[in-house]
Design a protein around this ligand. Structure first.
Ligand SMILES: [Zn+2]
Ligand SMILES: [Zn+2]
Length: 176
């Protein structure tokens, strides 16, 4: 056995799409902040644009590059500076669509996995990111296979309705 190498571990390649450096431009900041809706109760800055299959907000890098970056990472870099290489952001508020830099903390990926919301904690959560009660009448539970595991995601029907209405209103506005 060789002694453990002192060189820092390289992040695995599979995470490279999310950790690729983000080029912060005034255009990116403008497009990002245009789709943020502050939530007065929690202080979350909720993203109202498109989300990926894991529920995280995403936005185009801009320019000729059509690829997407995660909005919470972009927001952190805009407001607080570059995320150190190989590090991930942990949502202290547990709202994946929140882009408030004050709710984001730089941690190692291992720390983030350790902190992850346990299935029990998730079941206990009885309100959404906007503070709506997630009771039977307002909850949509979705089961999805992901990486060989059955994952449960919980959606607030009222927020889904509001988001749809907001998107429709924006489309009408843009078309006008
Ligand atoms: Zn938040
Ligand atoms: Zn809600």
């Amino acid at each position: 056995m060789r002694p453990a190498s002192r060189s820092p571990q390289q992040p695995s390649r599979s995470t490279s799409t999310t950790t690729r450096p983000i080029e912060v431009t005034p255009d990116l900041e403008r497009r990002l902040m245009a789709k943020v809706s502050p939530e007065p109760t929690s202080g979350c800055w909720l993203w109202t644009g498109s989300v990926n299959t894991s529920g995280y907000g995403q936005i185009g890098r801009g320019g000729k590059d059509g690829s997407l970056v995660l909005v919470h990472r972009a927001s952190y870099e805009i407001h607080r500076g570059p995320i150190p290489k190989g590090m991930v952001l942990d949502h202290l508020c547990r709202c994946r669509t929140c882009v408030n830099p004050a709710h984001l903390e730089v941690v190692t990926n291992r720390e983030n996995i350790r902190r992850g919301v346990s299935p029990i904690a998730k079941h206990m959560a009885d309100t959404c990111c906007r503070g709506h009660q997630l009771d039977e009448a307002n909850l949509r539970v979705e089961l999805k296979w992901k990486k060989g595991m059955l994952r449960e995601s919980r959606h607030c029907l009222r927020c889904e309705r509001d988001n749809r209405a907001a998107r429709a209103a924006r489309r009408t506005q843009e078309a006008a």
